[in-house]
Design a protein. Structure first.
Length: 766
């Protein structure tokens, strides 16, 4: 009876302390506005009925024990009254024992149901409150943490006092209150830790503790309901200790973890068939387990205080979950920090070049990749799928050409489709922006690069240059504009990354491949074939032009420079004629300047093509470059001309230049001019000789006119019929008789036959 009375006193004292703890937690909640304190208040308040139930059980046991002692005393005295109590199994003659049995049989399970319902109600209400509100600002967390810490320490002492008493069978019912009070002590310790963490700047721990309390209450309520159901079907053996359904096994396991080791030892003994737990090794391990465990935990905490940062990395330290910017990024080397979980670290590779690909889809099947190999080597042709990964499609919005569509036919959509793979490489410059401004900065940067790439290509051309006024527009991204596109995209991605504060530096952007879709290969090859044929005709025409220019001027450059000199002379002469009319002069000058600029632009394109073909040299200028420089000098001359002066000098200079270049020409025109000049001098000298001989002929005529006439008459006959015999008849023609010999003289061959008498035989071919 003394034991029951002592248990009742402890239960009553525990009820008072439980209520006092609840009042203290209420004050802490109203003072600090801590949600963890509010949730712990519900858990502490739910412990008061448990202590009262334990006190009622001890009181009923005390009365039953007193009744049993009185019956034993009466039985010891003997007499007629003792016969009434001989049958001790009949409880109707023992009201206190009957009350105890009724309480244990009905009141205890009913209390379990009610207490489980209270735990469920409290847990649901607290959870709904937490899910419907946001984190609050706590008041005076630096001073408020002392009260739950002291209160929790007192609850811890009281709980272990009750658990120590529960080691005896007569006080076993205190095990439920002791384990529940220990969980309450842990809740109060969590409240104190949450207030300390909030004071240090980590504000999320208060919400975590507030959520943990209702979760524990809901788990306890589920266990209580299971205990209630199992207690109905559990057989009650007389003399065997009965465990009440409101006694939580889970909470008792947390409160007395040493019993787990005892259960393990019993299991090992049963499995091996002898007392393994009595061996020296098991005894040594059992005695040293706790020190070893504590030492291991201490060693882990000590090692977590040492921080090693590798070369090329920086480390960010989070103190109680908050960034410790005062320490800044820690560089390579050995550092010391607070142990985990006070300080946590995150490492970043600042020397590593990060890379991601744009336009690369999922990986291709192994069967498709094997088809790319030819003679053991992987061949990449854009006319069919290639590479390790599939290539994505990109759209190029190209405006339609005016008048290019046939009448009656719908024009094709102004969109081109290309396949490309672009790589973007970057390094981390600001670890705070890179690591904490975005959830996944690498993925965010990749998405942003995709957006800029799509926007950039929306106005790009595939392989043609942009006309006037479109210098800022992307052009020929598949040919000569690829490097420019990569440079522009790097600048645009860097600008957007800087505006968003990503903390990265774009080091390089490049294209691994840019080509049309493989389905367009046949049509594309037709276009290329037509272009090659067109270029062949153009090259043939240029060759014909060069031959013509070389034939007429000795070289194509000399012919073009001579043509330019003649053009300059004509244009300057025209400007000189209209210099008296300023309006006409300015209009004519503007037209000539525009024409010269067009010629320079065309020559620049041809020079660019020569550069791509590798025909330019640093030692000497090509014909195109020299002609371009000549046009540039002429354009500079046109820019200096004014109607009020300088025209005569310009015209004279153009005349001298044309004459000089014409004199240097060595082609057919120069030969014709030379022949004309020779014929001119020949005729001129012949005429001069005849004029000078005329004086001598005059003297001869005056000396003997008849002789002079006969001499001239015979000279005329000699000029008219040269290489003929002429006879002079000194008599009258009527007295002259002409004898003609019509005999043909033999040839040399015929003479040889008459001399030898044989005919020459023809030679036999061997």
């Amino acid at each position: 009876m003394i034991d029951e009375r002592r248990g009742k006193i402890v239960a009553v004292v525990g009820t008072v302390f439980q209520a006092a703890f609840s009042v203290v937690m209420l004050i802490i909640w109203l003072w600090t506005k801590s949600e963890a304190a509010m949730a712990s208040l519900w858990a502490l308040s739910a412990g008061v009925p448990l202590w009262m139930m334990v006190a009622i059980l001890f009181y009923c046991r005390q009365l039953a024990k007193r009744e049993a002692l009185e019956i034993e005393e009466i039985s010891a005295r003997g007499g007629e009254q003792a016969a009434l109590f001989e049958r001790q199994d009949e409880l109707e003659l023992r009201p206190a024992a009957r009350r105890l049995a009724w309480t244990e049989r009905w009141i205890s399970p009913a209390f379990t149901l009610l207490w489980a319902g209270a735990q469920i109600t409290a847990g649901v209400l607290v959870a709904r409150h937490l899910s419907g509100t946001s984190a609050r600002t706590l008041v005076s967390p630096g001073q408020g943490f002392l009260f739950p810490l002291l209160t929790g320490f007192m609850a811890f002492l009281l709980s272990y006092y009750c658990l120590g008493m529960a080691g005896r069978e007569c006080w076993r019912v205190l095990r439920a209150t002791g384990s529940y009070l220990l969980i309450n002590a842990l809740c109060m310790g969590g409240v104190a830790g949450a207030l300390i963490a909030y004071w240090q700047g980590y504000r999320q721990l208060d919400r975590i503790v507030a959520w943990a309390v209702p979760v524990a209450q809901l788990v306890l309520s589920v266990e209580l309901l299971l205990n209630f159901v199992l207690d109905i079907y559990r057989p009650r053996v007389p003399g065997q200790e009965h465990r009440f359904s409101f006694d939580s096994r889970l909470f008792n396991l947390i409160a007395e973890p040493g019993k787990v080791g005892h259960s393990i030892a019993e299991t090992i003994n049963y499995q091996f068939g002898f007392e393994v737990s009595k061996t020296w090794f098991y005894q040594l391990v059992s005695r040293a387990a706790v020190p070893l465990l504590l030492g291991g935990v201490a060693m882990m905490l000590a090692t977590s205080s040492i921080l090693i940062v590798r070369e090329g990395q920086v480390c960010i330290v989070r103190h109680w979950g908050s960034l410790d910017r005062a320490r800044g990024p820690l560089g390579p080397g050995l550092h010391v920090k607070w142990p985990w979980p006070i300080d946590t670290t995150e490492h970043y590779d600042v020397a590593k070049v990060h890379e991601f690909l744009l336009g690369a889809g999922e990986e291709r099947a192994a069967e498709e990749i094997r088809g790319d190999y030819v003679n053991g080597k992987q061949v990449f042709l854009w006319t069919k799928a290639h590479g390790e990964r599939k290539e994505l499609d990109f759209l190029l919005a190209v405006p339609p050409k005016q008048g290019s569509a046939d009448k009656g036919k719908k024009p094709p959509p102004p969109v081109n489709i290309i396949k490309l793979i672009m790589f973007v490489r970057y390094v981390v410059t600001d670890v705070y922006d890179y690591g904490y401004r975005f959830t996944d900065t690498h993925k965010a940067l990749e998405c942003m690069a995709y957006r800029e790439l799509t926007r950039y290509f929306a106005s790009a051309t595939l392989d043609s240059a942009v006309g006037d006024g479109g210098e800022d527009r992307p052009q020929a991204i598949m040919t000569f504009g690829r490097q420019q596109a990569a440079s522009k995209l790097r600048d645009r991605i860097q600008a957007v990354a800087d505006s968003l504060g990503m903390g990265v530096k774009i080091t390089k952007v490049g294209f691994l491949t840019v080509h049309p879709p493989p389905d367009a290969a046949p049509e594309f090859e037709k276009v290329l074939k037509a272009k090659r044929a067109q270029e062949q005709q153009r090259f043939q025409a240029e060759a014909d032009a060069y031959r013509t220019l070389a034939r007429y001027a000795g070289s194509s450059l000399a012919a073009l420079r001579l043509a330019l000199a003649i053009q300059k002379l004509d244009e300057l002469d025209e400007l000189n004629r209209v210099r008296g009319r300023p309006d006409v002069f300015n209009e004519t000058l503007r037209r000539y300047v525009h024409s010269a600029q067009e010629s320079i632009d065309k020559l620049n394109e041809e020079v660019a093509q020569q550069r791509l073909m590798g025909k330019l040299s640093a030692e000497r200028l090509t014909d195109k470059e020299q002609l371009r420089d000549a046009y540039a000098q002429y354009l500079a001359l046109l820019g200096k001309l004014r109607p009020d002066g300088g025209m005569a000098e310009a015209v004279a200079s153009a005349v001298d230049e044309a004459d000089k270049l014409f004199g240097q020409a060595v082609g057919e025109p120069a030969a014709m001019v030379a022949r004309a000049q020779a014929a001119r001098w020949e005729r001129e000298l012949a005429g001069r000789a005849e004029w000078e001989a005329l004086e001598n002929r005059k003297l001869a005529f005056e000396a003997n006119p008849l002789m002079y006439m006969w001499d001239r008459w015979l000279a005329v006959w000699d000029e008219a019929m040269p290489k003929m015999h002429k006879y002079i008849l000194a008599v009258d023609r009527d007295r002259v008789e002409v004898w003609l010999d019509w005999h043909r003289e033999p040839s040399a061959l015929e003479s040889a036959v008459e001399f030898t008498g044989t005919k020459p035989q023809p030679r036999q071919s061997e």
